[in-house]
Design a protein around this ligand. Structure first.
Ligand code: SF4
Ligand code: SF4
Ligand code: SF4
Length: 269
């Protein structure tokens, strides 16, 4: 008897939907994928859809009750749930709103109509329901999407890598952008993107979130005046890089509550 293909579905919550668009960039490989799965629901790619699915890719953050209930229903239906991208896995830019109260946010966005809406602090999908797989990146890394798809279909786990981007950067034999006076968050950012930005000479902005137990204080010391490379120092003086600016920079993907004082991990300089 012919084995039924697993049914996959994609769902979006508060986000820019860039991660789903990245999945579409699989292009011809999507056709290969269809040999192995059936697409049950995918709003950005197909019309219609079914409520019967086995694997749910969830993109975005949860920031209202309706989305929270919808996500719980997805979790009850799907045997496998994947948080797709940094919004869904750790919060990303959405979490920046959490530095204001719900009332302040509604007033800012809707002005006099604020009373007609409700909002909750933004939480990643992975904080609201248990997820079986996480894919990081803003947008999600295409090679990692492929790897995770294969692992799901072959029943293998996908533990997140816990090395900093610097490891992949060195593996690619890149010139460190710090040497050119470019600020880079790679030393404390979780790898898995093959150092895509730094390989093209750009800074790592930290879009995959922090490694476990990051030595943020050491990262700040590398980027601030007394400890940075001479070339970078000359550039950074013009940029006026200080602790608060670095904290804001890290907060973009790691949330507004991030504190830099996490030095006591025992493996920093
Ligand atoms: S992780 Fe980035 S690209 Fe993906 S949905 Fe969120 S904001 Fe968009
Ligand atoms: S460019 Fe950034 S990620 Fe690469 S080695 Fe330098 S600090 Fe690390
Ligand atoms: S190099 Fe940094 S910013 Fe670029 S994709 Fe990787 S983690 Fe994200």
């Amino acid at each position: 008897m012919k084995k039924e293909k697993p049914r996959i579905a994609f769902f979006d919550f508060a986000c820019c939907e860039g991660c789903q668009l990245t999945v579409l960039q699989l292009e011809e490989k999507l056709l290969d994928l269809l040999d192995h799965v059936e697409v049950a629901a995918w709003r950005v790619a197909i019309s219609g859809g079914s409520d019967a699915y086995d694997i749910a890719f969830c993109e975005g953050s949860i920031s209202n009750r309706e989305d929270e209930e919808r996500l719980h229903r997805i979790r009850e239906t799907a045997g496998t749930v994947v948080s797709l991208g940094t919004c869904a896995s750790i919060g990303c830019h959405n979490a920046l709103k959490n530095q204001w109260t719900g009332g302040e946010v509604l007033e800012l966005v809707y002005g006099g109509e604020a009373g007609r809406f409700e909002t909750l602090p933004a939480r990643p999908v992975a904080s609201v329901v248990p997820v079986d797989y996480q894919i990081l990146g803003c947008p999600a890394s295409l090679p990692e999407i492929e790897i995770v798809l294969k692992r799901i279909l072959t029943g293998q786990p996908h533990p997140l890598p816990n090395n900093p981007v610097c490891v992949e950067c060195k593996r690619n034999d890149n010139l460190c952008v710090l040497e050119k006076g470019v600020m880079c968050l790679g030393p404390v950012t979780r790898c898995g993107c093959d150092a895509i930005c730094t390989s093209y000479g750009d800074a790592c902005q930290g879009c995959r979130g922090l490694v476990d137990e990051p030595n943020l204080e050491a990262a700040v010391r590398v980027l601030t005046e007394n400890h940075r490379h001479a070339i970078m120092d000359a550039v950074a003086r013009g940029l006026r890089v200080d602790r608060e600016r670095i904290r804001t920079w890290f907060s973009l993907y790691n949330g507004p509550d991030l504190q830099l004082e996490q030095e006591k991990t025992g493996h920093g300089p």
